[in-house]
Design a protein around this ligand. Structure first.
Ligand SMILES: [Zn+2]
Ligand SMILES: [Zn+2]
Length: 720
């Protein structure tokens, strides 16, 4: 006989780990106990040595679906002659954290119950269990139990309580568990928020959708706007009311088979669609679809954003509309953050939606759908939020103490660094919006509580005017902790290294839209050499002016003028599309350096070419012109790529004049460089102009040749 104390670390709490350990020990006839400790599971188990070995093997071989074991350590303990196994209550006073799982899509067992007329939860839109259901979106504090979630106001009925208390039950300690008797209920509201009395709110909602109306649906992390995705009329109406000109809408379908009728789906895309994270997956449109989706869903876009149902309510909804695809887009106007509070949803979405399908389980943490795509056979997330956050990213290095990093401005996300983990928050949206900023501040507090991490340093982007930078300054002052500024592209490089578990010096190439540079210019075509600690700028794309500053981002033709003038070309290719007066104004601004900051941005280079070849002169959302160029381009053979040249001087930019308009004494990791190479973009611009003159224009050929990666690879081989 032998007794072992086993510690299991990783994603092991709130995922049904203790019941799993219990049933494993029970099956092997072992004695002892299991309990949650600060951020880990602790087991003492007693029996014959061989059986204990088997216990450990099976523990690691088949843990619960949602868990992820990082380490298992054990040591011998004196035997206590225990023959029964039990689950002990968790250590509440232990410092450290209870792991919080991301929200998880309805599991197969729950789905089967939902559709089984004999089950007591048949047709109940809020069923869940230890393996699935809401997590991050309903949690209000630590440690994670029902009293600290938005389920606190729903006392369990005896039947639910019995399941909750039974270690052999799938709902043992499933905090959000409920049934029709004791749990949340659906309600139907009119556009002004008045309750509409109906025996079946879901059926009435579906009737409205069938009649071409626009619905607002309270989901997991916020409200969605919903309509029939096959109705051109309904989708166009939604687009008009939402004031969203061209940005694509996501579509929800009942299953992969339905998605296959209008999209191309590869093996990895399929597995992402059906995964318990249930992100929106970008899928290439089928040339000859069997099911016609309204053009207005994703106008002039070769992709659809598609997701499968992830809550019981979605499953019921998709069944009620006979599996018809539904537009399921964030409940917001234009670029505002998604609405998630009931009152706010009515006031903000009342002018868009005709009818609301709501319920009385509050959403605490606003969490947008995640968006992902497959590139070169691997997953490449575009927005990592619902279903992913707050799952930690494993770091190749260890944080010496807890660190809070507050991120950029446009796609606000913060991170808590703790030990070898970076806990990345859900997506907060544009921090220029007061709502988004308020949620940002509140949720930083929530994460610090959930993960028991009190930051001892605050890290921010070098940009002096980001809302996140302001927060960092105030926070560092009030907490009396150090403030650390990191240059935008050094941060990009380090993130990329962490994602790929690198801890060695690298050459980091960052092609970006906008990042504040150490010289006060706007960077975005950067070649950095260094590691996590320090980095030097080895080369960058040649500086050109951004006439009108931010205006040049919304109007790519301004960047076309800047690049054409820089390359000594005429403005002929812009033809009559831009008024001569406007052209002249911008020309003058460039000459006089009036409101014309300098940029080395690759994004602005794409913009310039997109405008030159007539794809886009202005954009309605970030990155639109570059995206359209990408759609037209194919993998370019090396010899076809447009030329760049190396230079060590930058005519437009006089180093001696470089005086940053700010001083950041806490900028870290920056090595001054003896020489910065400049990658001359002028040969590229001239070659594009020549192609246009030869009548190639916006055909595939020109885009084929604008493959920056290929060009850089060529450049690399020259340079080597
Ligand atoms: Zn379940
Ligand atoms: Zn119940």
């Amino acid at each position: 006989m032998e007794r072992r104390a086993i510690t299991v670390e990783g994603t092991v709490q709130g995922v049904g780990f203790r019941p799993f350990v219990y049933s494993l020990a029970f099956r092997l006839g072992l004695g002892g106990y299991v309990k949650n400790q600060a951020g880990r599971v602790f087991i003492e188990v007693e029996g014959e040595s061989a059986t204990l070995d088997r216990f450990l093997t099976e523990l690691e071989a088949s843990p619960p679906q949602l868990s992820r074991i990082e380490t298992v350590a054990w040591e011998r303990r004196p035997t206590a002659h225990e023959s029964h196994f039990r689950i002990e209550t968790s250590d509440r006073n232990a410092s450290g954290s209870i792991f919080i799982s991301p929200d998880v899509a309805t599991c197969d067992e729950c789905l089967a119950e939902l559709l089984d007329p004999a089950n007591r939860r048949y047709g109940y839109p809020f069923l869940n269990c230890t393996h699935c259901g809401p997590r991050l979106t309903i949690i209000q504090g630590a440690p994670y139990d029902r009293g600290r979630t938005t389920m606190a106001t729903f006392p369990m009925c005896p039947a639910c309580r019995q399941e909750y208390d039974d270690p052999k039950n799938r709902r043992f300690h499933a905090q959000p568990t409920a049934c029709a008797k004791c749990g949340p209920r659906l309600s139907l509201l009119s556009a002004d928020g008045a309750r509409i009395e109906t025996a079946d709110p879901l059926a009435s909602f579906v009737q409205a959708l069938a009649a071409g109306k626009i619905g607002a649906l309270k989901g997991l992390g916020g409200y969605h706007l919903v309509c029939d995705a096959t109705s051109e009329l309904a989708v166009t109406q939604l687009r008009r009311r939402k004031a969203r000109d061209e940005k694509p809408f996501a579509v929800m379908v009942a299953d992969v088979e339905t998605a296959e009728q209008f999209c191309e789906i590869g093996a990895l895309e399929r597995s992402l669609l059906v995964s318990s994270r249930r992100p929106i997956v970008l899928l290439r449109k089928r040339l000859v679809p069997e099911l016609q989706i309204a053009e207005a869903v994703a106008p002039a876009n070769p992709y659809f954003g598609v997701m499968l149902p992830y809550t019981p309510l979605h499953h019921l909804l998709l069944r009620a509309v006979d599996g018809a695809p539904l537009v399921m887009t964030s409940g917001n106007r234009s670029d505002e953050p998604i609405a998630y509070l009931d009152d706010e949803a009515i006031s903000r979405l009342g002018s868009i939606a005709d009818v609301f399908l709501s319920h009385d389980r509050p959403i605490h943490v606003r969490c947008d759908d995640s968006v992902t795509r497959v590139i070169d056979g691997g997953e490449s997330p575009i927005r990592r939020s619902r279903g992913y956050a707050p799952e930690p990213v494993r770091l190749p290095i260890s944080c010496l103490f807890p660190i809070l990093a507050v991120g950029g401005q446009l796609k606000g996300v913060f991170a808590l660094g703790r030990d070898r983990q970076a806990i990345l928050s859900h997506h907060m949206g544009d921090l220029d919006h007061w709502d988004a900023y308020r949620a940002f501040v509140r949720d930083i507090g929530l994460y610090e509580e959930l993960f028991a991490a009190k930051p001892r340093a605050i890290v921010h982007d070098l940009h002096p005017d980001y809302a996140s930078t302001n927060y960092a300054r105030e926070r560092a002052t009030s907490d009396g902790v150090p403030l650390i500024a990191v240059q935008h592209h050094h941060a990009h490089m380090a993130s990329c290294m962490a994602e790929h578990q690198l801890d060695e010096p690298v050459i980091g190439v960052s092609f970006d839209g906008t990042g504040f540079g150490t010289d006060g210019n706007i960077w975005g075509g950067e070649f950095l050499v260094g590691d996590y600690r320090q980095v030097r700028r080895a080369a960058h794309l040649r500086y050109v002016g951004m006439p009108g500053a931010d205006k040049a981002i919304h109007e790519p033709w301004r960047m076309a003028v800047a690049h054409l003038r820089d390359a000594g070309c005429t403005l002929d290719c812009l033809g009559s599309r831009i008024s001569p007066t406007a052209l002249q104004t911008v020309d003058t601004m460039l000459k006089r350096h009036f409101n014309t900051p300098l940029t080395s941005s690759a994004g602005r280079l794409f913009d310039a070419v997109a405008s030159m070849i007539g794809i886009r002169d202005s954009v309605t959302f970030e990155g639109q012109a570059a995206q359209q160029l990408e759609w037209l381009s194919k993998e370019a053979p090396p010899e076809a790529a447009y030329p760049f040249e190396f230079g060590t001087t930058d005519v437009q930019y006089d180093q001696s004049r470089a005086k940053p308009s700010f001083s950041v004494s806490h900028l870290v990791g920056w090595m001054s460089s003896h020489r910065v190479d400049v990658i001359d973009t002028r040969p590229l611009i001239r070659a594009v102009v020549a192609d246009i003159a030869n009548g190639i224009g916006a055909s595939q050929t020109i885009c084929l040749r604008l493959n920056l990666c290929t060009s850089v690879r060529n450049l690399g081989s020259q340079k080597t």
